[in-house]
Design a protein around this ligand. Structure first.
Ligand SMILES: *Cc1c(COP(=O)(O)O)cnc(C)c1O
Length: 234
């Protein structure tokens, strides 16, 4: 058996085990295969093994792969998004996970409206408050989302996304994921018009099991499926 296939089988098993441990149904958790830097053949192979959702962090790379692969999978833009690159992906993405400022919402609204599309979006929250991380601060989230709800009719807020610190401290990772879930509950209680908190995008190769136990609905896994990335290979 090739490695992508066996890696995927292994990850599905670990996802199922984490769901069992946390008393969740495994259809509440969707695997996003993160295909950044991975070549088209490998992406196709993953699709043949049953992958339905792929994540890219660079708009042009998403667009390039979309031209070949198309709508056989759902495309998730998971990395920080520059305003001037929205145009490459607006007609291709199923969901944008990295909404973190109103200037980005302005551009998405303008582009989405021009093609009459509703864009599923997640608000990226910097729960861990690391300087290096993108995302709005937890305390700004409710005002930010109310603003989107009131002023950006083509942006559909479906939930939240966060990245845990890169650390071996499992308790710290867990507290970050729990923080996102608690914030989602708090936002849900506000009953903001056309905003839902159905999706929580959290957990990567190193921490997706903890994320599932804390309520993740999307886990974004790259390295554990495709191996270590080689950023020099194009
Ligand atoms: C690369 C990336 C991932 C996947 O990380 P791995 O450690 O390779 O599983 C997840 N989320 C985002 C935003 C990424 O950029």
């Amino acid at each position: 058996m090739n490695s992508i296939k066996s890696n995927l089988i292994n990850i599905e098993k670990r996802i199922n085990d984490s769901c069992k441990t946390s008393d969740r149904s495994n259809d509440e958790v969707k695997l996003i295969a993160v295909t950044k830097t991975v070549d088209i053949d490998a992406v196709n192979e993953a699709i043949e093994c049953g992958v339905t959702d792929v994540g890219e962090n660079k708009p042009q790379e998403l667009a390039r792969k979309y031209e070949v692969i198309g709508d056989r999978v759902k495309w998730h833009l998971i990395g920080s998004l520059q305003t001037n690159k929205v145009k490459y992906i607006i007609d291709k993405v199923y969901m944008i996970h990295s909404i973190d400022r109103l200037s980005l919402c302005d551009e998405i609204q303008k582009r989405a409206q021009s093609i009459d599309k509703q864009i599923n979006c997640l608000i990226q929250v910097n729960i861990s408050k690391e300087e290096s991380k993108h995302g709005i601060l937890e305390e700004d989230a409710i005002d930010f989302i109310k603003n989107i709800s009131n002023n950006y009719p083509n942006i559909k807020v479906k939930g939240l996304m966060t990245m845990a610190p890169n650390t071996d401290d499992k308790n710290l990772i867990k507290s970050v994921f729990k923080g996102l879930k608690d914030l989602a509950n708090k936002i849900d209680n506000e009953n903001i018009n056309s905003v839902s908190m159905e999706a929580l995008s959290m957990g990567m190769s190193n921490d997706f099991e903890i994320a599932i136990e804390e309520g993740a609905t999307f886990v974004r896994v790259g390295t554990s499926i495709f191996g270590q990335r080689n950023y020099n290979k194009k």
